[in-house]
Write a protein that binds this ligand. Sequence first.
Ligand code: NAD
Ligand code: ZN
Length: 381
Amino acid sequence: MATTGQVIKCKAAVAWEPRKPLSIEEVDVAPPKAHEVRIKVVATGVCHTDCEYLYEAGTGMKLRPFPLVLGHEAAGIVESVGPQVTQFAPGDKVIPLFLPFCHECAQCKGSKTNICKKNWENAQAGVLADGTSRISCRGQQVYQFLGVSSFCQYTVVPDTSLAKIQPSAPLDKVCLLGCGVSTGYGAAVQTGKVEKDSTCAVFGLGAVGLAAVMGCKAVMAKRIIGVDINPEKFEKAKQFGATDCINPKDYDKPIQEVLVEMTNGGVDYALECVGSPSIMSAALESTREGCGTCVIAGWTETETMSVQIIKILMGRTLKGTYFGGWKSVKDVPKLVEKYMQKKLKLDEFITHNLSLGQINAAFELLRNGQSIRTVISLEDS
Ligand code: NAD
Ligand code: ZN
């Protein structure tokens, strides 16, 4: 390609400081270094985690360095590859991932976990393996969110954090497998291992929660109770497979008590997809004594949840899920395949399609509870 080895000038939505709207800027994207791939980002979802990192920086989330390019739920096309990259070539369709899969560490080789820590500290600090970012604006380094930064027309990612997907996959749909849908679906089928004929409660019916409902339905759970304080989410949740939907605001007692009564003793599986410590506690307490499992998918970094020891002592299990338990690079192409075979919904999560210039509107739609997922097109408009 004509751009190989060159700095690419393109547009990005830059977060100059916490709690301020993003600003559309021209940025420079440097060529990839060893084991890095530069991709043309075609489409990106806007996830709650992007919102939290911007608006809860330093409170619920650790304070990351700014300026920052957010975005981590994307799909694109390889533009060029750096030295020593063997698995990718220009033109490949890809999904960048905030969770690596290095193939080499004990976690990647084993079957117990998907947590691979390759380049971890750097990715958390917003830089690549050499300690710098490939994006700059007005001569200043711009940090890369979780090593991805998809609110930019081009980005550079490590080759261990990139999944190659089938050429026929529609990028404006499969981008959702870069985070939200994979996380919620995996929380149910992979981490929670929800069983046939079980009773489930899903707390929070955003994209992650709806994907969890989809996972519970896929394994043929008997009862799937959606819980949300926004009743506008209920219709869609029922389309995804929720059998009942309840609003904590409609009751004058804690929602866990309502669920325990509704299910004669508690749900078999509770999936927390909100990201709030008090809801995490409620989710655990809504599970059945002796055998209930609570899976936490909601993301918060600095907060603590309170757990009554007796609840655990009496045989409940509390689990967390990062990226739905999927081994990122290896499993995402399989999820794409499932979508292509119509065994997994994606289109139904998309409530809005906007351009990069409208990114702040996409944040507002998510924060106001008006969208499930907005897909941002990175093409010039
Ligand atoms: P979202 O904002 O679209 O959905 C959250 C839902 O929770 C909304 O429908 C909201 O009305 C509901 N809610 C808020 N307060 C509630 C309450 N008190 N009781 C019940 N429902 C309540 O968010 P999303 O994009 O679906 O993400 C959900 C969570 O998952 C976030 O915390 C996000 O950071 C996290 N997440 C985790 C991972 C992971 O790897 N574990 C990956 C992606 C996202
Ligand atoms: Zn996300």
